[in-house]
Design a protein around this ligand. Structure first.
Ligand SMILES: Cc1cc2nc3c(=O)[nH]c(=O)nc-3n(C[C@H](O)[C@H](O)[C@H](O)COP(=O)(O)OP(=O)(O)OC[C@H]3O[C@@H](n4cnc5c(N)ncnc54)[C@H](O)[C@@H]3O)c2cc1C
Length: 358
């Protein structure tokens, strides 16, 4: 079998490694970050994504680290219930926990942390380590995230746009706050649109909260934890009391500001011996909650074709044919949900759930 280099150990790179392990295909992963440095946001994963995760992670371990949400309740910013929906096996887990679970099946000699991979400008189809050493691989699986530098190098005419929605996300471990949360998934919406506050219960003592905001209306200039705390207190001061109470009592060591980017048009999913998976192939708008599931399905599909097909190019071709049409649907759904989000509440379609199914 050919030598495979995987660039990036996020959900897509690590799930690819797990699937390659299943087929006993050799690979090496290179990851820019430090092993312990895991940015703190979390995921909602629909049932379909869980079915892919069960193939590579023990279901009991997953359950120990996250929570199946039972009910989604949508409120106005003053606390009036607008809609309720029972959820069908939607799982909530922190990014940190899911990455840890995916990494535990990878032996340490197969992964190099703190190594930023760059394209070799002199030789097309080759990658280099930061010290200039060429990587010896026949296939490069590129999973370096939505703002992929390698993708930009190969498809230099691509157009990336900042999405008109950003998020402040925080995960807090606090029993007192967790006990005040009655329902496991609550989302408050400002009547004028373009501003929400969501609360997810990850376990008995851990919650994730997030604010989605129209970044043309509500601007943040500086993203230090102190500044994000100040911003959150100001913006949500007059909301239903539970919201400012949580914001006030939260610890801000895990807080993050996410600016979201999307491609005006998708690139091909492969070129020469480089193939893209996850956000590197197709950045998705967070509203659809399909990022993790798509990353898992990409890895599964690519591995399957690498095993079944005679040539790498046939495998890449079949992978793209299988995955791209579904991704286009998620992109359209994401844009529709974004447009809804920006509208005043009375103009939004009733009872929208923040997860899009195909
Ligand atoms: C605010 C927010 C909320 C989200 N909520 C959800 C949700 O609820 N449900 C859901 O399914 N999805 C959600 N997503 C999307 C989800 O995070 C991604 O789709 C998913 O994690 C797939 O990521 P990935 O592995 O492709 O990329 P990433 O997670 O970005 O991983 C890329 C990795 O590559 C590494 N890297 C980058 N460049 C290099 C380089 N040159 N060399 C070596 N390593 C490199 C990075 O350090 C990183 O570890 C959300 C995203 C955001 C921003």
């Amino acid at each position: 079998m050919k030598k495979i280099a995987v660039v990036g150990a996020g959900i897509s790179g690590l799930s690819m490694a797990n699937y390659l392990e299943k087929y006993k295909i050799d690979y090496h992963i290179y990851e820019r970050r430090n092993k312990k440095d895991l940015a703190g946001h979390g995921f909602l994963i629909p049932k379909e994504g869980m079915d892919y995760l069960y193939q590579i992670i023990d279901p009991d371990l997953l359950l120990k680290n996250g929570n199946f949400l039972k009910k989604y309740t949508q409120y106005s910013h003053t606390g009036k219930i607008l809609a309720e929906k029972n959820l069908d096996y939607v799982f909530a887990i922190s990014r940190h926990s899911l990455i840890d679970l995916l990494a535990q099946n990878i032996s340490p000699e197969k992964i190099t942390y703190e190594e930023t991979i760059i394209p070799d400008e002199q030789q097309s189809g080759k990658l280099k380590l930061s010290n200039g050493t060429e990587i010896d691989a026949d296939i490069a699986v590129i999973s370096d995230g939505s703002r992929s530098r390698i993708r930009k190098h190969l498809f230099e005419n691509e157009i990336m746009n900042m999405v008109r929605e950003s998020e402040v996300v925080n995960i807090i471990q606090n029993k007192e706050i967790a006990h005040t949360i009655e329902n496991d998934f609550m989302k408050f919406h400002h009547e004028d649109g373009g501003l929400t506050f969501g609360i997810l219960k990850l376990s008995d003592d851990t919650i994730l909260w997030y604010s989605q905001f129209d970044n043309q209306k509500y601007m943040i200039n500086e993203c230090s934890p102190e500044n994000l705390r100040k911003y959150m207190l100001e913006v949500f001061e007059h909301w239903y009391p539970l919201v400012p109470q949580i914001i006030e009592k939260s610890d801000y060591k895990n807080v993050h500001l996410w600016n979201v980017y999307e491609l005006e048009q998708l690139n091909p999913f492969y070129k020469d011996n480089f193939v893209f998976i996850g956000d590197a192939a197709h950045p998705l708008i967070p509203f659809t909650s399909q990022g993790v599931t798509s990353a898992l399905k990409d890895s599964f599909s690519l591995t399957k074709y690498l095993v079944e097909e005679d040539t790498t190019q046939q495998a890449f071709g079949k992978y793209e044919i299988e995955r791209k049409p579904e991704i286009e649907v998620h992109i359209q759904n994401g844009r529709t949900l974004l447009n809804q989000f920006l509208l005043p509440l009375n103009q939004q379609t009733e009872n929208i759930i923040p997860i899009s199914y195909k």
